[in-house]
Ligand binder design. Structure first.
Ligand code: ADP
Length: 131
């Protein structure tokens, strides 16, 4: 196990550390590599994850409300993201199925990362989400 210190963007104005596995996880470009530590099936962890490391398989099937996105952009730039988006981690890959408006607001604001509540799942969990 290795300690990983995450430096958050300025708008969070704080750092936090997590414990991350140094084993065989295979995330694509490293910024959040290793995945969250959830030994023994423990609960979710909060992680700052680059937007480009979160796969959104249902993105094309769901349209966001542009007014909601705009309101969220205004609010997030003023007070920051108050509720992290839910993300599923399967074999070191992050999948997002909800939090679509918050995700788009971050994209439009040009933020490189988004705060996520990460749960670890199996391929079966993933298949269930994709049904
Ligand atoms: P999403 O598709 O992102 O879930 P919703 O409009 O359904 O969009 O919900 C917006 C969510 O964003 C709410 O759960 C709200 O609590 C959360 N949230 C997090 N940060 C903020 C913020 N700064 N201002 C407004 N809502 C926020």
């Amino acid at each position: 196990m290795a300690a990983l210190l995450l430096r958050l963007p300025n708008y969070y104005n704080r750092n936090f550390s997590i414990s991350a596995s140094s084993s065989s996880s295979s995330s694509s470009n490293g910024a959040a590599s290793g995945g969250p530590s959830q030994q023994g099936g423990a609960g979710p962890v909060i992680l700052e994850i680059p937007l480009n490391q979160i796969r959104r398989p249902l993105m094309r099937t769901r349209a966001n409300d542009p007014h909601k996105v705009k309101d969220l952009m205004d609010s997030i730039s003023q007070i920051g993201l108050q509720v992290p988006i839910d993300v599923l981690e399967v074999d070191g890959v992050y999948y997002g199925f909800s939090g679509c408006h918050r995700f788009e607001a971050h994209q439009r604001l040009g933020f490189p990362t988004i705060r996520c509540k990460v749960r670890r799942g199996t391929k079966e969990t993933l298949r269930h989400h994709l049904r």
